[in-house]
Ligand binder design. Structure first.
Ligand SMILES: [Zn+2]
Length: 125
């Protein structure tokens, strides 16, 4: 059953993950839901434009709720690496893997490898 995320749900999950796994160190980002045309390759993107606390872009619809949750938590990891660990160059390197281990230890889910939109394997940004 497909799931259409809302900004409210994104904020709730963000706050829960931040509180339970990240010592509330990540500043709340803006959540955007660009058109399907913009969101071609990946289920989600994170960015850190200068002077902002970060942006997470998500699709308007996901095939399952758990995929949406995994993508969102994966993208929060990029913000953690960039803003908390202050490494703006890393994407899926050792610091990101450290984040994934924190998440797996706390919630028992893997967010390291989130599928590309058009495939079931591989990595994404
Ligand atoms: Zn990524």
């Amino acid at each position: 059953m497909t799931y259409k995320p809302t900004r409210k749900e994104c904020i709730s999950i963000f706050r829960l993950v931040n509180l339970l796994a990240l010592n509330s160190e990540v500043i709340e980002p803006k959540f955007k839901f660009p058109s399907a045309k913009t969101m071609t390759g990946a289920w989600g993107y994170a960015d850190f434009p200068k002077g902002t606390s970060g942006i997470i872009e998500l699709c308007k619809e996901y095939p399952t709720y758990i995929l949406f949750v995994k993508v969102l938590i994966h993208e929060i990891g990029h913000l953690w690496v960039w803003y908390v660990k202050r490494n703006r160059k890393e994407t899926h390197g050792p610091i990101f893997k450290e984040y994934c281990e924190l998440i797996e230890a706390r919630f028992g889910i893997s967010v390291l490898d989130v599928p590309w939109k058009n495939s079931l394997t591989g990595d994404k940004d």
